[in-house]
Design a protein around this ligand. Structure first.
Ligand SMILES: Cc1ncc(COP(=O)(O)O)c(C=O)c1O
Length: 390
């Protein structure tokens, strides 16, 4: 890590040393299967419920409403498919938004192909879902509304409590993909009026390959993974005890440090935004100016390719990300940036910086300087850059 400036915490976070230490015990001395009756197995079993309590506390849930999964994608799949399969008697219509993570969008699309109904709501130019659109989209056969808490690319935070209230009044289950907010922003399942919520360990300084789904008591959701009786017979498979212990520890630490982290990271983010906007003309902040994750900065630069910027940043030891995903050789524009109304060419000129625990003020100064040099250099070579475009 030495010499690296890591500014891609929305992609993943490093495992904190405190988390690693607790996990190591369950990868060495206490390696037993939590289903085994002898003491070694029971040592593993005993570690699961305290971790569940810590996760529950972080999101304002009861421990019995928290189920461990393999991560955010599985939780999203479980919430959506599990509801779809459980509620066939009521209907098959799903409502979601155009800027959801693919774990939600592709799952909904798959169910549509299997005969479901699907409404994909638009967002405004800040990436906001209009609660009135949600209300108007509800039909007698609607069984689930799935709207993310904060967007992973542009950081926009949705009016979740309001959408949840609409869902509740209509008697429709409400799922929230909170993978980007849990551990980074206050999450309270009651205040949000949600029935189902997804979270992921590796976004909050826990390990990869572990996550959780919150399921409000009484919510009808079918299990997707059948086999053993783990997770109170709701999700089969030998428990990932080191992962679960790690997620629990990460949740505990995140809860204790949440306010300070928000304050620190938003100050760094605001400083970088100011420096970039001052130094680089024709730049444009993507996402909501205030209702956004405190560590997220997504910014577009006219006339340059985000990928070209990233390669140059990488040479300087800076890890950032683009708003556009490169899939198997073809440059697909980001569905999120398209949904907020950016033109095709603008979507390619965006860079996302997401701050975290390792970042300090000196990083901001360095990154701002490198960015100014990089964008200027790329614009000199750009056949498409027209000053004053944004
Ligand atoms: C909003 C959102 N949902 C779901 C996921 C998937 O989580 P996981 O990587 O744990 O499968 C991610 C990860 O990038 C995400 O940002």
């Amino acid at each position: 890590m030495d010499g690296i400036i890591y500014l891609d915490h929305a992609a993943t976070t490093p495992v904190r040393p405190e988390v690693r230490r607790e996990m190591m015990i369950y990868m060495s001395d206490y390696f037993g299967n939590a289903s085994s009756l002898y003491t070694l197995g029971q040592m593993s079993k005993k570690a699961i419920d305290p971790a569940r309590e810590k996760v529950a506390r972080l999101i304002g849930a009861s421990p019995e409403e928290v189920y461990f999964t393999s991560g955010g994608s599985e939780s999203d799949n479980w919430a959506i498919k599990g509801t779809f399969f459980a509620k066939q008697d009521k209907g098959r219509h799903l409502i979601t938004s155009a800027i959801e993570h693919h774990a939600v969008l592709d799952t909904c699309e798959q169910l549509r192909k299997m005969g479901g109904g699907l409404t994909v709501l638009p967002v405004d130019s800040n990436g906001m879902v209009d609660p009135d659109d949600v209300k108007n989209a509800i039909r007698p056969d609607t069984i689930l509304i799935s709207v993310m808490h904060a967007n992973n690319e542009i950081g926009t935070i949705q009016p979740i409590a309001e959408i949840g209230k609409i869902a509740k009044e209509a008697g429709v289950a409400f799922h929230v993909d909170a993978v980007q907010t849990v551990g980074h922003y206050p999450v309270d399942v009651d205040a949000m009026n949600c029935d189902l919520l997804s979270l992921s360990g590796h976004k909050l300084y826990g390990p990869k390959g572990v996550g959780a789904m919150y399921m409000r008591k009484g919510t009808r959701v079918l299990s997707l993974i059948h086999g053993g009786g783990q997770e109170r017979k709701r999700r089969a498979g030998t428990e990932n005890v080191p992962g679960i212990v790690g997620l629990g520890k990460a949740a505990e630490l995140a809860m204790a440090e949440l306010e300070k982290a928000i304050e620190r990271e938003s100050a760094l983010r605001n400083d970088l935004l100011k420096k970039l906007e001052t130094a680089i003309p024709d730049s444009h902040l993507n996402g909501h100016p205030t209702q956004r994750l405190s560590n997220n900065l997504n910014i577009s630069f006219a006339g340059v390719e985000g990928e070209a910027i990233l390669l140059r940043l990488d040479r300087e030891g800076i890890c950032a990300s683009t708003g556009s995903a490169c899939t198997t050789g073809s440059l697909e524009p980001s569905h999120v940036l398209m949904a907020i109304g950016l033109k095709h060419e603008q979507t390619h000129g965006s860079v996302r910086f997401t701050f975290g625990r390792s970042n300090v003020a000196a990083h901001v100064d360095f990154v701002a300087k490198v960015m100014e040099k990089t964008v200027n250099r790329l614009r000199e070579m750009s056949p498409t850059y027209v000053p004053g475009e944004f």
